[in-house]
Design a protein. Structure first.
Length: 133
């Protein structure tokens, strides 16, 4: 996993409700865990843009509902700082569902913008995004 150039603030706690931005069939997911997360001893990990996470599908097509998938966070509401001094935040917290741990997306397109930091770390996910901001 590559490093991200921006200083991204972790803005998503475990249990957060996330919109699913791709056309994989899921609509709403809940954050279960952060892969490779770092935190204090005994504390919970927080997730940020371009992190790989595990999500449980809460709303969507019946064969996906209740299952756990890997996902990439592509948008977060909490503002974070880029190297050029720009603060970036989005309207919602969204993820893109993955079909394997290598980072290949399950859907074929992403609705709405995708953060530039996702493009740096996960090129295959950014390839299906229509807008990269």
């Amino acid at each position: 996993m590559k490093a991200v150039s921006a200083r991204v603030t972790a803005g998503l706690n475990l249990g957060a409700k996330l919109n699913v931005a791709d056309n994989s069939g899921a609509k709403i997911a809940r954050l279960v865990s952060v892969k490779g997360g770092k935190g204090k001893k005994g504390g919970q990990f927080n997730a940020k843009v371009a992190d790989m996470v595990k999500v449980s599908i809460k709303k969507g097509i019946p064969d996906m509902r209740g299952k756990v998938f890997d996902a990439i966070i592509i948008r977060q509401k909490k503002p974070y700082l880029r190297k050029d001094g720009e603060r970036v935040c989005f309207e919602d917290n969204s993820v893109a569902i993955l079909k394997d741990e290598k980072g290949n997306p399950k859907g074929t397109q992403i609705k709405g913008p995708c953060a530039k930091e996702v493009m740096e770390r996960w090129a295959s996910v950014a390839r299906i995004a229509s807008i990269v901001y």
